[in-house]
Design a protein around this ligand. Sequence first.
Ligand SMILES: C[S@@+](CC[C@H](N)C(=O)[O-])C[C@H]1O[C@@H](n2cnc3c(N)ncnc32)[C@H](O)[C@@H]1O
Length: 160
Amino acid sequence: MIVLLIITLLLLGFVVAGFMGAPWVPARKNDVELMLDDVKLKKNELFVELGCGDGRLISAAVKRGARAIGYEINPLLWLIAVLRNWRQFPMAKIKLGNFWAKDVSNADVVMAFLMPKFMKKLELKTNAEMKTGARLVSYIFKLPSKKQFKQGAHWTIYKF
Ligand SMILES: C[S@@+](CC[C@H](N)C(=O)[O-])C[C@H]1O[C@@H](n2cnc3c(N)ncnc32)[C@H](O)[C@@H]1O
């Protein structure tokens, strides 16, 4: 009974995420390094991922010498991301929670892969919070109004 309850709660995490930003669909493996190259993530910069999934981008960002924070609402994915990145702590921090409630004003680079219906909300949040010179990488989908800085293969980069 308890096992069933735990499994239900974990599965619920996948459903809830779909209503809060996007269900889990990971960025393509081949795109991870290309995206970080394209956004020119530098050593010691702060990389913040809104919905870090299994933590693959956090891991790649830290390997480049950046500091990284990933927010994840799905407890199972959060755990996978923690296990993948625990050796990199405190350079890599994986936090369980809703990224809409987190401030990104310290970030040098923000990465998000959200559903189209959340792009306006992402635009409002990043416009309100991101500092001058910071970059946003939006995987697959574009912000509705903000002028892009650069177009990548499967992502768009915005500069603030
Ligand atoms: C499309 S997946 C992208 C995962 C990862 N960024 C990648 O590119 O591989 C979106 C992720 O965001 C998480 N997510 C959705 N809404 C969220 C929210 N409001 N707060 C935190 N995480 C959220 C989902 O659980 C999922 O792991």
